[in-house]
Design a protein around this ligand. Structure first.
Ligand SMILES: Cc1cc2nc3c(=O)[nH]c(=O)nc-3n(C[C@H](O)[C@H](O)[C@H](O)COP(=O)(O)OP(=O)(O)OC[C@H]3O[C@@H](n4cnc5c(N)ncnc54)[C@H](O)[C@@H]3O)c2cc1C
Length: 277
């Protein structure tokens, strides 16, 4: 059974158009591009010419002004004919999305019409040797130099690398106060030197965020305690600090997470402060 999840008539028409184009052009030629190890530039140009390279974006930049749902339905059609080409469409979208969502008006004017018409192919550069799922640990830095940024770092697994005209790069450019506070509280608490962590936390985060960061720091300590126990080290100190931290920031509702680990690891802690309300 096929469901269209509520596409409009116009949307269904466009999906039909995409389906026919995929059947006629994409599916028959997909394997020959693979065999030749060649990027299907001609198919990509056709994608743009048919209006399928910028479906969910504003029309004033050459986008289709349609829904995300329609974009996904078209992507599904492309994947029926060629999974690799569907990856191309989705990575191109990841590039366009960042510019459309976060770019300046000038950047949008310069990049988006070319991306949506298929003149330019987009790439999205997040992954690094030490950063994949954990995007926050990326190491590439962006330093301001006049009107431009100098990027220093190494990316990997970047689809369209070397082929694309536009790259959306994810780099570190001075962390926000909240992100710095977050990192500092976990590192500071683990290093038994919470003074600087607390200063940054007070500077960068709201009262609610401060509690949230401390709860996360306590959870990190529980993970660390389990890891210590696994390699034969005493987890007691870390568990004690995790408990003290939760009590100090009045987040007793989360004490059970530490207590479960204490019971599991069969260790003892000082329970002073448990009963204060
Ligand atoms: C075909 C292809 C195309 C790609 N194209 C691009 C691209 O264009 N641009 C780009 O930036 N990247 C691209 N990548 C990289 C891809 O996005 C990364 O591989 C992905 O983000 C995972 O990162 P990683 O390989 O470092 O694995 P890791 O993040 O190290 O993950 C390894 C394993 O650990 C698991 N794991 C991770 N964190 C946790 C956690 N906290 N708890 C439990 N389990 C966890 C994961 O599920 C996974 O099974 C591409 C990859 C492929 C295969």
């Amino acid at each position: 059974m096929e469901a269209d999840f509520g596409l409009t008539d116009e949307g269904r028409e466009l999906v039909g158009l995409a389906r026919r184009w995929v059947q006629d052009k994409v599916a028959p030629s997909a394997s020959s591009y693979e065999e030749k190890k060649e990027f299907p530039r001609e198919l990509f140009r056709q994608l743009g010419a048919t209006g399928l390279a910028g479906i969910p974006y504003e029309e004033r930049f050459g986008g289709g002004g349609q829904s995300d749902l329609l974009y996904l339905a078209v992507l599904e059609e492309v994947a029926r004919g060629s999974l690799p080409f569907a990856v191309t469409v989705s990575v191109h979208h990841l590039c366009s999305f960042g510019i459309h969502q976060f770019g300046s008006e000038d950047l949008k004017q310069r990049y988006l019409p070319r991306l949506f018409s298929g003149e330019w192919l987009g790439a999205y550069a997040l992954s690094e040797a030490s950063s994949g799922s954990d995007a926050a640990s990326l190491r590439t830095r962006a330093e301001r130099e006049g009107d431009a940024y100098r990027l220093t770092g190494t990316k990997r697994f970047i689809t369209h690398a070397g082929e694309a005209e536009a790259y959306r790069d994810l780099s570190e450019h001075g962390r926000s106060p909240v992100a710095r506070a977050h990192a500092a509280v976990v590192e500071g608490m683990l290093a038994e030197d919470p003074v600087e962590a607390n200063r940054l936390l007070a500077e960068g985060a709201s009262a609610l965020e401060r509690v949230g960061f401390r709860v996360e720091a306590a959870r990190t300590m529980v993970d660390l305690a389990r890891a210590k126990a696994r390699v034969g080290e005493d987890p007691r100190d870390v568990l004690q600090r995790a408990r003290d931290l939760l009590i100090e920031c009045d987040a007793r509702a989360f004490l059970f997470e530490v207590d479960d680990a204490i019971a599991e690891l069969g260790t003892e802690v000082d329970r002073e402060g448990d009963d204060d309300e």
